[in-house]
Design a protein around this ligand. Structure first.
Ligand code: SF4
Length: 490
């Protein structure tokens, strides 16, 4: 790594990361693209390949927004692209392997077309080992930038286009919030809105607090203005986005304003559906439950990652709640919102997990009765505290536990969906079904996928669908004509 690169690149550091929190958060405004960079992309196309979570998907929308302001147009065809950016995910080793595979594969295209600019961004860029590997083994990459540097893209791109050296700019220092970044949103129907960045929870298996930095909340007025603007443009649904949305507002020093307050204000904006992700049970407070119970545009679906049903494993995971506290939260939520749909994330085979401890996870699943769950086999993630623990549950056992867990969840999902038979549900029609263009598909307020036959003009609108064939993962139904189930969003 040359000196210039050293200037920008500081590797993630657990000790430094844990000490953080005292620095001021500055709110910056994204400048207009400098005059000399505004037409760089004219007549050229870009392609962004996005891996990982919604945060990355939304970052790609911002990157696309910046590139389009520089004159570039989007494309899905690698051969047409002048710029290919890979927005990476660091959550699991195999996610990283896929990215290396992709970078290796693109070398042929780069050799055929040396003017192609190949860049990498996202969470992997925040890791020292990754940057070193790219610098030594994948020198056909032109540009690497981190999750805190997206707003610097015009300058970095300019530098990469003008120079011959690989441009690397990764800041481990975070703390700024950049407003007014342009965005190209995927569709005109549903939008993601960042409400905060980073995470201070430091769950022992997770790399996010290192790659995304400390928790920092956008100012409520900026979030609300963005949602009002989306409503004005005709968006039907927004999802408020953060690694731990329930911690929203904790870091705002000039006011007492938390996630419940934000949801209460968003409730009063004329956008039909509002979701949020992801929730950490620890910060889920009573005020938020009270606000969510008012419903309206706040949908009755909560994704509440449990990760395990055993308090000792939760402790090793540093989740900062016990099984009992989690169940108490579930009880409160169900009492306030009786028709709530709960979904979750579960990890099996954590270091030291015994059969009895795993059975606690099974029993938690039965007790809560989630509508669905994302289930994972634990695999160590380099750079996290758990990676230093003994990964002592044999893979065969992990796989068998995952299978048992999935079987149980499938049975619960099936039962939950069966209970919807004959009901008329409000569906936001998103488009044609992937399998059959004559079938439309959309989502309920509780985020369940519904397929039904109906006229194409319903795409982008709300329809009422009678569920007559519930399955484990999806619901099939028939259009319920003029039948009304109340006002949209009620
Ligand atoms: S709450 Fe835990 S799992 Fe979620 S992003 Fe933060 S550290 Fe990772």
């Amino acid at each position: 790594m040359n000196e210039e690169m050293h200037k920008y690149f500081t590797p993630p550091d657990l000790k430094a990361a844990k000490k953080r929190g005292k620095e001021e958060v500055s709110v910056l405004e994204f400048d207009r693209i400098p005059e000399e960079m505004r037409r760089i992309g004219e007549g050229k196309k870009y392609l962004i390949k996005t891996y990982g979570c919604q945060m990355n998907v939304h970052d790609s929308e911002t990157i696309a927004g910046i590139l389009e302001q520089m004159g570039y147009e989007g494309t899905e065809e690698e051969e047409e692209a002048s710029i290919i950016l890979i927005n990476t995910c660091a959550i699991r080793e195999n996610a990283e392997d896929k990215v290396y595979g992709e970078i290796g594969r693109l070398k042929t295209l780069k050799t055929e077309k040396p003017e192609l600019l190949l860049g990498m961004c996202g969470c992997m860029s925040q890791e020292e080992s990754v940057v070193n590997r790219i610098l030594t083994k994948h020198q056909h990459v032109d540009l690497i930038f981190g999750t805190h540097n997206i707003h610097r893209l015009p300058h970095l791109l300019f530098e990469a286009l003008m120079g011959k050296e690989m441009v690397v700019e990764v800041w481990s220092k975070e703390g700024d919030i950049v407003e007014n970044l342009p965005k190209v949103r995927e569709d005109g129907l549903k939008a993601w809105v960042n409400i905060m960045y980073g995470c201070d929870k430091f769950c022992t298996y997770c790399i996010v607090p290192y790659t995304r930095g400390k928790e920092r909340s956008r100012r409520p007025e900026d979030v609300l203005a963005e949602i009002r603007e989306l409503a004005r443009k005709g968006y039907q649904e927004v999802t408020l986005l953060g690694q731990n949305v329930n911690a929203y507002g904790k870091d705002l020093t000039d006011r007492e304003y938390r996630f419940g307050d934000l949801m209460d204000d968003v409730r009063q904006i004329g956008i039909p559906r509002v979701r949020f992700t992801t929730s950490h049970p620890r910060d889920f407070d009573d005020h938020l439950i009270e606000v969510l119970a008012k419903k309206g545009n706040l949908v009755e679906h909560i994704h509440l990652p449990a990760q395990s049903g055993n308090s000792d494993i939760l402790k090793i995971m540093a989740r900062k709640y016990t099984r009992e506290q989690y169940m108490e939260l579930v009880r409160k939520i169900k009492k306030a919102i009786p028709d709530v749909v709960l979904t979750t994330d579960i990890i099996v085979g954590y270091p030291g997990e015994t059969e009895e401890q795993f059975q606690d996870t099974l029993s938690l699943m039965e007790e809560v009765e989630y509508d669905s769950a994302f289930t994972f086999i634990y695999s160590p993630r380099e750079g996290t505290p758990a990676a230093r623990m003994k990964d002592d549950v044999p893979m065969k056992v992990k796989k068998e536990r995952l299978q048992r867990l999935n079987q149980l969840q499938d049975a619960i999902s099936r039962k939950k969906n069966e209970a919807l038979r004959g009901q008329i549900l409000e569906v936001l029609v998103e488009g044609e079904s992937k399998k059959d263009p004559d079938v439309l598909s959309g989502r309920t307020r509780t985020n369940k996928l519904v397929n039904f036959r109906g006229p194409k003009h319903l795409i982008g609108q709300f329809a009422h669908v009678r569920i007559d064939d519930p399955k484990t993962w999806t619901l099939s139904g028939t259009l319920a004509g003029d039948e009304r189930i109340g006002q949209v969003g009620s």
